[in-house]
Ligand binder design. Structure first.
Ligand code: IDP
Ligand code: MG
Length: 151
């Protein structure tokens, strides 16, 4: 089953939106495989966002993601990467559809509330960077057959 990696960013945590955001992924049918509340180090932020190193917004991005605690999630489900990206919305909240997390709670790209892996390759890299094997917990959810046809 596909997995994706999500960060509930510091602005969302500070604004008390952690529960609201987790609720949206849960109601979509995505299944928790891992979750932790943590302060991101500068080193982890730089590795996670390595593809953006050198861009004009990079320094601001690293200070944003390290500015307060975050919640890191591993979510599992059919097409988990694409489904989570749709639930999150577009990179720029102003262009995000109402009904998406960024479209409902955000205005600015530098305060866009949540990260989601952009491909299966990225999710594999990011999950390995943020979670140890022991922190990912496989489980049978009693509703799985009502969310996944072939369970
Ligand atoms: P994504 O989070 O939708 O995948 P990316 O292009 O991968 O978007 O950018 C990573 C993060 O960098 C964004 O979520 C946002 O927080 C920040 N970011 C991207 N572009 C800008 C910008 O033009 N100004 C400020 N921050 C930006
Ligand atoms: Mg991205």
């Amino acid at each position: 089953m596909e997995r994706t990696f999500i960060i509930i960013k510091p602005d969302a945590v500070q604004r008390g939106l952690t529960g609201e955001i987790i609720k949206r992924f849960e109601q979509r049918g995505l299944k928790l495989a891992g979750m932790k509340f943590m302060q991101v180090s500068r080193e982890l932020a730089q590795t996670h966002y390595a593809e953006h190193a050198g861009k004009p917004f990079y320094e601001g991005l690293v200070s944003y993601i390290t500015s307060g605690p975050v919640v890191a999630l591993a979510l599992e489900g059919t097409n988990a990467v694409a489904a989570a990206r749709n639930t999150i919305g577009k990179t720029k909240p102003a262009e995000s559809d109402v009904g998406s997390i960024r479209g409902d709670f955000g205005l600015e790209v530098g305060r866009n509330l949540v990260h989601g892996s952009d491909s299966v390759e990225s999710s594999t890299r990011e999950l390995a960077l943020w979670f140890s094997d022991a922190e990912l917990t496989p489980w049978e959810r009693s509703t799985d057959p009502w969310v996944f046809e072939n369970r």
